[in-house]
Design a protein. Structure first.
Length: 118
């Protein structure tokens, strides 16, 4: 089964850490991605740019409407995406709980329905 991990980061906390703390966190994240690859759990992972560079697109009254980034949830922004393979939700939760990102903000674990390409 595939799961999408949406890793959120506290924007205020990100700004409060030192450069060496940030470098250590980023190294722990790189090591975690390699461990996920070796274990066979990882299908894909991407880090996203900060929330102030996003656009939200919608349709209102038939017109395309854009706005800045989605409203922050408790000052957190979506920082990374991971596509994970796990045997069930319990294993996916266990994998997410060991990720360095879980120490910086919540990781939303969402089951996926994958469609085959035509």
């Amino acid at each position: 089964m595939h799961y999408l991990f949406l890793a959120y980061e506290d924007d205020m906390g990100r700004r409060a850490i030192t450069a060496s703390e940030r470098a250590a966190f980023e190294e722990a994240c790189r090591q975690n991605v390699e461990a996920l690859r070796r274990s066979g759990h990882l299908w894909a992972a991407e880090h996203l740019r900060g929330g102030n560079m996003n656009e939200t697109v919608g349709i209102q009254d038939g017109d395309v409407v854009t706005a800045g980034c989605m409203p922050d949830v408790a000052n957190a922004y979506l920082a990374s995406l991971f596509l994970i393979e796990a045997k069930d939700l319990n294993e996916a939760i266990r994998v997410a709980s060991k990720m360095p990102q879980a120490r910086r903000g919540p990781i939303e674990v969402r089951p996926m329905i994958l469609h085959k390409r035509q």
